[in-house]
Design a protein around this ligand. Structure first.
Ligand SMILES: C[S@@+](CC[C@H](N)C(=O)[O-])C[C@H]1O[C@@H](n2cnc3c(N)ncnc32)[C@H](O)[C@@H]1O
Ligand SMILES: Nc1nc2[nH]cc(C(=O)O)c2c(=O)[nH]1
Ligand code: SF4
Ligand SMILES: [Mg+2]
Length: 210
């Protein structure tokens, strides 16, 4: 199985319950809810994406011909420091490409394995951390996991409709873009009124790291 990867880089997880933790991010190319082309954004199911996941031209990106080759690139990006290895598979939509071979290859190298998914594809077994970020108008097929991170607000996705699902943590993450400040105020207000929900800020953007 070959993998198409936009970028592989080490940074701190910026969001959710693992925020602040060193991680290698493996960002797969491609998504099932948007082509990634700006011309298509207004017709996409997911229209607010903050990420370039098109092609393979990012730092450490490329087409990897095997799970071993990609796992080796992830280990190289971690660069030493043996303990507490952590990889976050994201995208684009990672569950379109992440398979058992790759999960096992990084686990053999001592990594805890996390995924950031839109929840439209069921996750493989063997993941240590599943973050689902549901999208209005898209089917939710992965409806359990460690954290549910709802980008807020989304027309057609009331947090109350997913608050009963089987997750340990429920986050509202203000939608970045032209209305970020107003969205942050609205998310704070929602969390004050609905204490099951906590605020997730994109802390990497606040401090200017990837
Ligand atoms: C770029 S997505 C990739 C993973 C997967 N496709 C997904 O949507 O969960 C990574 C995370 O960023 C969030 N995100 C994307 N655009 C955002 C925005 N404009 N503001 C806040 N969070 C955003 C997503 O909801 C998701 O939690
Ligand atoms: N630092 C950092 N943390 C992140 N958490 C989720 C991200 C993503 O794009 O999936 C992300 C990202 O792009 N950068
Ligand atoms: S589902 Fe995720 S990667 Fe795809 S367009 Fe939406 S935020 Fe971006
Ligand atoms: Mg991001």
């Amino acid at each position: 199985m070959a993998y198409t990867v936009k970028e592989v880089f080490k940074t701190l997880q910026g969001e959710g319950a693992q925020a602040g933790r060193a991680a290698v991010f493996c960002r797969f190319s491609g998504c099932n809810l948007w082509s990634g082309r700006e011309d298509d954004r207004s017709r996409a199911i997911c229209q607010f994406c903050d990420t370039d996941f098109v092609g393979t031209d990012g730092v450490g990106g490329g087409r990897f011909q095997s799970a071993e080759a990609l796992a080796q690139a992830i280990e190289d990006a971690w660069a030493g420091a043996g303990r507490q290895r952590f990889v976050v598979f994201t995208g684009g939509e990672p569950l379109l490409q992440l398979d058992q071979f790759l999960i096992e290859a990084v686990r053999r190298r001592g990594f805890e394995v996390a995924v950031e998914t839109n929840g439209t594809v069921e996750a493989q077994p063997g993941l240590d951390w599943v973050c689902v970020s549901p999208k209005a108008g898209a089917p939710l097929r992965q409806s359990r996991g460690n954290e549910l991170k709802l980008v807020y607000p989304q027309v057609g996705l009331d947090p109350a409709t997913v608050a009963g699902l089987a997750f340990e943590h429920f986050w509202l993450q203000p939608m970045d873009g032209p209305r970020r400040e107003a969205n942050t105020v609205a998310a704070v207000e929602y969390c004050l009124q609905n204490p099951r929900w906590r605020l997730s800020l994109q802390t990497h953007k606040l401090i200017g790291i990837p």
